[in-house]
Design a protein. Structure first.
Length: 337
């Protein structure tokens, strides 16, 4: 019996090794891999948020181009915009990206705080440092980045520097109640919320440092739609792994408790809302609710066959939407003049 157990263990280890090798080959052979390794080179900018947290930003494209400020999502960094940056700069836009506190090249929060209000102050820091008084930029955020924009809008004069806003793959309340990550019957809502908060948003558990077939499968299921490629999923997976478990958990808890619908009337500029039809984390129900409360809804877009990672899955659609918002911002400025 002992020999049988040993043989089974060896066979299992061999099967796991073979599966891992096949997984790595699929990622390596994906034509998108080389494209994702060629990150755009920007002009670095060092910023300070209101509580003293040092933030890192980058500016891409011509200095005289119409400004587009991009704010990444939870556990991400500025590289999530890789495709969008390329397309917008090719169209002549000046693209400004910032790593939120605790993400990417920015420092952990000096105040040890990752509330939505603090993330909103990070947005203010990049606008204050990189946008002139005469500009009206497009301000767009993905997931947590969009939440930070709404939190910023609650306490700041939106039209002062912003001509249009994009809220992309996001929700601003009831995240745990409405997501589709852990599908359970309606009568088990309380269980669903507890599981989601502890295991998805608020877990500080360390993640595997190397992509595995299991981790790859989970990332695909939770974050992507059916058209995502192995290299795109692995690219995002590396971002998640690089994010500090403490930052990931504290930010996730803040999002789970967030309620910002009351701040939407402060977005008094043309605002586009975009969602993914297959988004399990912030399903289209969030986008529709946001759109219904905006004072100047420009357009609501639900992208078919798209998950939560719109900047990677549908970069052309995102870039085109942001260019459209730039035209709306220019028209608004012309009317105001």
């Amino acid at each position: 019996m002992r020999r049988g157990w040993l043989a089974a263990a060896i066979a299992g280890a061999g099967a796991a090794a073979a599966a891992q090798l096949l997984h790595m080959r699929r990622v390596a052979r994906d034509p998108n891999r080389a494209d994702l390794e060629q990150l755009p080179r920007g002009r670095p900018v060092e910023l300070r948020s209101a509580d003293g947290t040092r933030l890192h930003g980058d500016v891409f494209g011509p200095a005289e181009g119409h400004g587009v400020v991009l704010v990444h999502g939870w556990t991400e960094n500025t590289t999530i915009w890789i495709y969008v940056i390329r397309e917008l700069t090719a169209r002549g836009f000046r693209v400004i990206c910032v790593d939120l506190r605790g993400h990417g090249k920015s420092d952990p929060a000096a105040s040890d705080e990752y509330s939505l209000e603090r993330f909103g102050e990070d947005v203010e820091a990049v606008l204050e440092a990189c946008v002139t008084d005469s500009e009206r930029v497009v301000l767009a955020g993905h997931s947590l980045g969009a939440m930070a924009i709404v939190a910023w809008a609650e306490h700041h004069d939106v039209p002062r520097r912003v001509g249009a806003v994009g809220l992309l793959n996001t929700g601003i309340g009831d995240l745990v109640a409405e997501h589709l990550v852990v599908p359970v019957p309606k009568f088990a809502k309380a269980i669903n919320e507890a599981i989601s908060t502890r295991l998805v948003l608020g877990s500080p558990a360390p993640l595997p440092r190397v992509s595995t077939p299991i981790s790859h499968f989970l990332i695909r299921r939770f974050a992507f739609g059916p058209t995502a490629t192995p290299a795109q999923i692995a690219f995002f997976e590396r971002m998640v792994v690089a994010c500090s478990p403490r930052v990931r958990a504290d930010s996730g808890i803040a999002m789970s408790k967030m309620e910002l619908h009351h701040a939407l009337p402060q977005l008094t500029v043309p605002t586009m809302v975009m969602a993914g039809e297959k988004d399990r984390l912030t399903p289209p129900s969030h986008a529709r609710r946001i759109a219904g409360a905006l004072p100047q809804l420009h357009r609501l877009v639900v992208l078919p066959e798209t998950g939560h990672m719109g900047p990677l899955e549908r970069p052309h659609e995102f870039a085109s939407a942001l260019a459209e918002l730039a035209d709306a911002a220019a028209n608004t400025a012309a009317v105001a003049a």
